[in-house]
Structures are given as structure tokens and as C-alpha cells.
Design a protein around this ligand. Structure first.
Ligand code: NAD
Length: 335
């Protein structure tokens, strides 16, 4: 199949080329959006990532150009209008799981770095400053960790935190027996927020979870506790979180995703002025650690993503369907 791969980075090209089983892949640097959709002319499919955007207008144009398949090389699909895709007869496929370990382990890395101030110690020692003032952490052993969303990533994260000797609380609309079996205790969200020393978000972005962490929920957090978001940006109201940091309700913040990340992440903007004032303010806190949506970024995950994406394209080409298809009906998305 002829596929236009949008938002290509050198590492995407390397992993997709390695996994390719004979498809004609054209690697394009621009993100897919209304201004670039014309680049899909002459292709049967497009392959896109989290920063690409396929609302109704883009889907309509893709359909006019003869595109039949949108292959997401990620798990999330909130950037594609599934209702419009169905309406215009374009199949949408994704990579439902590629390495829950990659994301869970990154969340743990953020917890350790924030707690033990490893990000600050790194800079101090390079400057010849071996003072310990301001670097004191706490033992994770015996602390309470709250997990919002105990699916694939949340369950791996729960196991790791149980390994540290933490008490683990969880909130999910569906309880995971695998988590219950290792002693995870399910609680209502407000109780979890009140009792947890660390709260980590591992649920998808849906209308119900948008700004799940807002001014009200922040007021329920245990004072000085840690908040980690490696899931989706809009789970958190960033302005409310900034206030929480200023008044000390939030003691530590780890973000692998940021509200306006479409304009920021995955690009080298080091020679440009930062225009986002909220983001700039977040960077001034010593107890905030932000990474540029890299939680998924392991060798193993990229290889799995490429293999499943190529498999999805092949299956669709052969059968006109795909086990990894996402539809508005299956994923309860309404117009
Ligand atoms: P999953 O589908 O296996 O698990 C999600 C869990 O969230 C499920 O158990 C589901 O029941 C639960 N959930 C759904 N709605 C909820 C609600 N309203 N309240 C509480 N829980 C709810 O997904 P996963 O593979 O574990 O991924 C979790 C998240 O991590 C996704 O949003 C995904 O987009 C994000 N993610 C981030 C990165 C990254 O690089 N930062 C990479 C991959 C995935």
C-alpha cells in the first residue's frame, strides 16, 4: 500500500523501514492538518502520530483525495474525528499496546528524580557544588501511591510501586483483578487524592476525564503531595496546577505531557523565545520536572509500534478490516 507517513522523525523512519514488509512508505516531516492534507494526494493511507490532527475537515479532504486508511502509530486516538472517519468510509487503526513498561518506568523515573532532586543534583555537581541543602527526599517504602486508571500501564506501574513497598490505592471505572491480586485497594477518587503521597494519572483522555485534576480536585490532594501525569495533557488544568504549586498543595509535579504540546514538543526550539507564559511559569519551579512526551520512547516500544503499524496496514490491505481498528461505536465516541 502507498502510505504517506506524517510527522516523521529520523527514529520513525528507521523503525518503520526496519519493520516494513513491502509497503511503499513516503516519509514527510510536516504534521497532518488542514494546511498539509494535500500532501496525501496519491496515497491509499496516511500514517500519523499524536501531534497530527484529523478533525472533520481534514477527514473530508482525505476522502476526496482517495485515502482509505488512517494508521495511528500510537495508542491514543483523541486527535482523529472517528465519527467523520466512519461517515467518509476511512478506516482508523492504532497500536493499542506497545510497551506499557516504557511509560510506567518513565513515571517511576520522574518520581525518583523529583523526590531525590536528581535533576538539581546533576547540575550542582557539574558546577562543583556538593552541598546537600534542598536535596532531601523521603523513603518511598511505606508511602501511599494513588493510581488513576489501572489498565495496561497503570497495572505495570502498580506492580513496580508495590515492589518499592508502597501501599497502592487505585481509582478506575473498571477494577482490574490483576491489581487486586497484588494488594491494590480501589477507592473513590476523592479518597485516593486525600490519602496519596503520590498520585499518578494513567487513564485516557475522554469527555469525563478532561481536567480531572482541576481546582476542586487539587483542593482534595494531600498537602505537599506529588502529582505525575504521563497520560494526556488535558487530564490536568495547568493553570489550577500552577496555583496548587504556588500555595504548596502540590509539593512536586512531573509532566510528560503539556496542554499546548502540539506547538512545543518533539521540536528543537532552543534558539527561539518561549511564547507560552503558563509553560514558562511552570519551568521556574524547582519542584517541577517536565519531559517532552518521551515516556513511550524506548527502543523496544518503537520496534513494537513499527511492527504493529506495518501489520495493521497489511491486514487492512488484504482484508479491508483490522483487529486494531478504532470506531466511534466501539470506543463510545458520539458526534
Ligand atoms: P488502557 O486502556 O489499558 O487503560 C486505561 C484505563 O483507564 C482503563 O483501565 C480504563 O478503565 C481507565 N479509565 C477510563 N476512563 C476512566 C475514568 N473516567 N476514570 C478512571 N479511569 C478510567 O490504556 P493504557 O495503555 O494503560 O494507557 C493509559 C494512558 O497513557 C492513555 O491515555 C495513553 O494515551 C497514555 N499514554 C502515554 C504515553 C506517553 O508517551 N506519555 C504513551 C502511551 C500511552
Amino acid at each position: 500500500m502507498k502510505v504517506a507517513v506524517f510527522s516523521t522523525k529520523p527514529y520513525d523512519r528507521a523503525s518503520l523501514d526496519a519493520a516494513n514488509t513491502g509497503h511503499s512508505l513516503t516519509f514527510l516531516e510536516p504534521h497532518l492538518d488542514a494546511s498539509t492534507v494535500a500532501l496525501a494526494k496519491g496515497f491509499g493511507g496516511v500514517c500519523i502520530f499524536v501531534n497530527d490532527s484529523a478533525p472533520e475537515a481534514v477527514i473530508r479532504e482525505l476522502s476526496n483525495l482517495g485515502v482509505k486508511l488512517i494508521a495511528l502509530r500510537c495508542a491514543g486516538f483523541n486527535n482523529v474525528d472517528l465519527v467523520a472517519a466512519e461517515q467518509y468510509g476511512i478506516a482508523v487503526v492504532r497500536v493499542p499496546a506497545y510497551s506499557p513498561y516504557a511509560v510506567a518506568e518513565h513515571a517511576v523515573g520522574m518520581i525518583l528524580a523529583l523526590n531525590r532532586n536528581i535533576h538539581r543534583a546533576f547540575n550542582r555537581v557539574r558546577e562543583g557544588n556538593f552541598a546537600l541543602d534542598g536535596l532531601m527526599g523521603f523513603d518511598l517504602h511505606g508511602r501511599t501511591v494513588g493510581i488513576v486508571g489501572t489498565g495496561k500501564i497503570g497495572a505495570v506501574f502498580a506492580k513496580i510501586m508495590r515492589g518499592f513497598g508502597c501501599r497502592v490505592l487505585a481509582y478506575d471505572v473498571v477494577e482490574n483483578p490483576e491489581c487486586q491480586a497484588i494488594g491494590v485497594e480501589y477507592r473513590p477518587l476523592n479518597e485516593l487524592l486525600r490519602e496519596s503521597d503520590i498520585t499518578s494519572l494513567h487513564c485516557p483522555l475522554t469527555p469525563e476525564t478532561r481536567h480531572l485534576i482541576n481546582r476542586d480536585s487539587i483542593s482534595m490532594l494531600k498537602r505537599g503531595s506529588m502529582l505525575i501525569n504521563t497520560s494526556r495533557v488535558a487530564l490536568v488544568d495547568t493553570l489550577a496546577v500552577t496555583e496548587g504549586l504556588k500555595n504548596g498543595t502540590i509539593g512536586y509535579l512531573g509532566l510528560d505531557v503539556y496542554e499546548e504540546e502540539g506547538d512545543l514538543f518533539f521540536e528543537d526550539l532552543s534558539s527561539q523565545m518561549l511564547r507560552d507564559d503558563v509553560f514558562a511559569r511552570l519551568l521556574t519551579f524547582p519542584n517541577v520536572l517536565i519531559t517532552g512526551h518521551q515516556a513511550f520512547f524506548t527502543r523496544d516500544a518503537l520496534a513494537n509500534i513499527a511492527e504493529v503499524t506495518i501489520g495493521n496496514i497489511t491486514e487492512f490491505q488484504r482484508t479491508g478490516a483490522c483487529a486494531n481498528a478504532v470506531t466511534a461505536q466501539k470506543h463510545s465516541v458520539r458526534a
